[in-house]
Design a protein. Structure first.
Length: 94
């Protein structure tokens, strides 16, 4: 059963997303005004993140390797893909 609420829709990526990699824009993610990143899926076994999360939300340690296929949920206000050959898909939310 579908629920038309915007909060539930935003959690699953309907508010947009982006691809980011160390080979593209030095890995820096541009977050649209008024949005945060609610989920990050790693696309490479060498992905490392430097992230800032809202207070009370999980923030992975800088330099922690995130294996391919792993998704991290939080409310990131800043995110950069670090290391070499890292790549992710980021999903935006309110």
């Amino acid at each position: 059963m579908a629920y038309p609420g915007t909060i539930e829709s935003g959690v699953f990526g309907q508010l947009g997303g982006t691809y980011a990699a160390t080979s593209v824009s030095s890995g820096a993610v541009t977050i649209p005004a008024g949005k945060v990143i609610v989920a990050v899926t790693s696309l490479d076994n060498a992905t490392q993140l430097t992230a800032t999360a809202e207070s009370g939300f999980p923030d992975p340690p800088d330099g922690e390797i995130i294996p391919s296929g792993v998704t991290i949920y939080s409310r990131f206000t800043a995110l950069t893909i670090a290391g070499t050959n890292g790549a992710v898909i980021c999903y935006f939310g309110d």
